[in-house]
Design a protein around this ligand. Structure first.
Ligand code: CAA
Length: 249
């Protein structure tokens, strides 16, 4: 197929946690490709306002760990955009790193809710419409640490590994309906989340990345853009690693 002959359909994409870090790079990339894009965020109003004024995208504030908030939020987004969400990127996530013997039930709970339950909450808000229309793209942003485990991250690794099982199961359920469901597993990407790590621990991790550097949010956005493309219709249930060669599966 000639690149020049492709006419891309303009669709509504929703990126959770889309005003900063990897999510913002994904949102910008999908907008560059001609999609209508909205981002959600939870707490950082200043960053969201700066992002919205810079990009012209709408930024919506709600907690993706809250089921009812997701149903109401998506309904509002679709109403205000005048079109349904055809592309969902479940990107929002948090860490509360601690070894298990020190981890509090609260640190366990919030990470599972924000990182894993959020996929269920958000996907439930869009899946019926996608099935009716016979088209959809769902991309779940997991992590290298859901694939290999990580010291100090039983909560986060469990949530991210859970996203991979969720992705495969939903891909099977959706394959006959024109909906693809895939995961991207980033390695260590230069974002606020990684910058918050203990510097010595981070240094030791960077030394283990064959490409020799932290990833850039655009490295992940590029793969998401490929996955949501109309031409990626035969690619479903996969996990694509974007980790600089740090872990090969
Ligand atoms: N590997 C092996 N041993 C380690 C270790 C590691 N990564 N980290 C700590 N230890 C050792 C310490 O040397 C110490 O040993 P001694 O007692 O013999 O001195 C012992 O474990 C300390 O255990 P503690 O339970 O006291 O752990 P801590 O409180 O010192 O550190 C931690 C816990 C801060 C979570 C630390 O382990 C850590 O920073 N781990 C890395 C977490 C990480 O990679 N986070 C990624 C955040 S970004 C992200 O998640 C994005 C993404 O998707 C990739």
């Amino acid at each position: 197929m000639e690149e020049a002959s492709i006419v891309r359909t303009r669709r509504l994409a929703l990126v959770t946690g889309g005003t900063r870090g990897i999510g913002a790079a994904i949102a910008r990339r999908l907008q560059q490709e001609g999609h209508e894009v909205v981002a959600t965020y939870r707490g950082n109003d200043a960053a969201a306002a700066a992002f919205a004024s810079d990009t012209g995208m709408r930024a919506y504030r709600w907690d993706v760990g809250d089921f009812d908030a997701c149903q109401a939020g998506v309904a509002r987004v679709e109403d205000e955009a005048g079109m349904p969400v055809d592309i969902l990127v479940n990107n929002a996530g948090i860490t509360r790193d601690a070894t298990l013997h020190k981890m509090t039930p609260e640190q366990w709970r919030v990470v599972l809710e924000d990182d894993l339950f959020a996929c269920f909450n958000m996907t439930k808000a869009v899946i019926a419409g996608m099935r009716e229309r016979g088209w959809g793209r769902i991309v779940n942003i997991a992590s290298i640490n859901g694939q290999k485990g990580q010291f100090g991250q039983t909560n986060y690794a469990a949530a991210k590994a859970g996203m991979l099982g969720f992705t495969k199961s939903l891909a099977l359920e959706s394959a006959g309906k024109g909906i693809t469901v895939n995961a991207v597993a980033p390695g260590y990407i230069a974002t606020d989340m990684v910058a918050a790590m203990v510097p010595k621990v981070l240094e030791a991790i960077v030394a283990q990345i064959p490409v020799g550097r932290l990833g850039h949010p655009d490295d992940v956005a590029h793969v998401v853009s490929f996955l949501v493309d109309d031409r990626s219709a035969y690619l479903t249930g996969s996990t694509i690693s974007v980790n600089g060669g740090m872990y090969l599966v």
